[in-house]
Design a protein around this ligand. Sequence first.
Ligand code: PHE
Length: 452
Amino acid sequence: MTNKTSIQGSWASRWIFILAATGSAVGLGNIWKFPYITGENGGGAFVLVYLACILLVGIPIMMAEVFIGRRARKNPINALSDVAEESDSSKKWGLIGVMGMLSGVLIFSFYSVVGGWVLHYIKAMLTGEMNGISSDNAGAAFGALLADPATLLGWHTLFSIMTVMVVAAGINKGIETATRIMMPALFALLIILLGYAMTTDSFAQGWNFMFEFDFGKLTWNATLIALGHSFFTLSLGMGTIMAYGSYMTKDASIGKTVLAIGALDTLVALVAGLAIFPIIFSNGMDPAAGPGLMFISLPVAFGQMPFGQLFGVLFFVLVGVAAWTSAISLLEPTVAFLVERFKLKRVTASIGLGIVVWGLGIACLGSFSFMSDVTLFGKNTFDFLDYITANIMLPLGGILIALFAGWIVKDKFAKDELAVSDTVYKLWNFSMKFTAPIAVAVVLYFLINPMK
Ligand code: PHE
């Protein structure tokens, strides 16, 4: 099973795979979500739980996804069913891939709306309309944007087209080229912004906020959010990393590669927090401002700082680049499936899927205006999709992948593909069989039955 290559192509090198997967992992999750959920959940203790989830659950599951994809060299549905068949099990395991594709489509629909907000803010920063803006006015400006479906539709459409264009161009010409240009730019921008935050007098306060552990503030709900976020931020539980893994060459070591991706993703989240919180604190604002943290508090802060406009533009370009490389990876598993299963041309599959997710996105962007009355479990469409994908579907997909890799795949195949030392293999296998599924199950249980 191991010497084939995917019909979609393969990455030029191990580093390209690392960067492409990091491009998928580093996204709105790191720069928009992570700082605000850390703020909402009290800082330090939340960060520590998040780090534990990445190490104990995220990294081992990522190894499983890469090895399943690479072993079969097919889209996630077929990869899971081929690997199951090789281990004399039911091809129905491929159904995990179906749920994964659904997650990808649902995530894209709100992701692209936020991607659209980011594009809007690049423009707003460039034209200087945020210079010297007050908190109230920044809040009002963000509120006005949300209440304006026509403008949102324009940006959401542009973001969707940008994404579809790269996916349609294919693994090498599209995703790989985008990776080569965008990832170095992303790292450079992040370092520049960190340097900028260090010049403020609140760097120490930002640092303490993130790294001082106060477990009194930790709740089950916060633990669930940390666990859900570790799946979201590493792009796990939905087949993205499996699809990217299917384009990886056989000679590269999975263990080291996955560690590099996990470390880079975590580093970017922590650095993004260290760049954002000092700016927030130095302007006397509230770190627990919620989703508006990046779109309200930061523009106010930039608007008051020396060279704020320049760094504001750079910041939103950074977020835009990160969102773009992730959005691409949300579509890739389904496009690969459509091409392999229905023999569609990649361009046709990408545009067709693009139209579907673009349409779903309209329901999300309408959540703040013409669809604000439509609620599911008390949440609007946008919040509902964010909540069920990140906190339920991805962790559930992750558990199933872990159980599959731990209990169904025969040791000899997993060992052969992972090619790690015996100790690492045992640790990995234990995580697949027990740690990962139990951790996720316990947290989901307490979510459904909150403790009094
Ligand atoms: N990891 C991306 C982020 O942090 C989101 C994502 C999730 C991308 C799942 C692909 C698959 O923003």
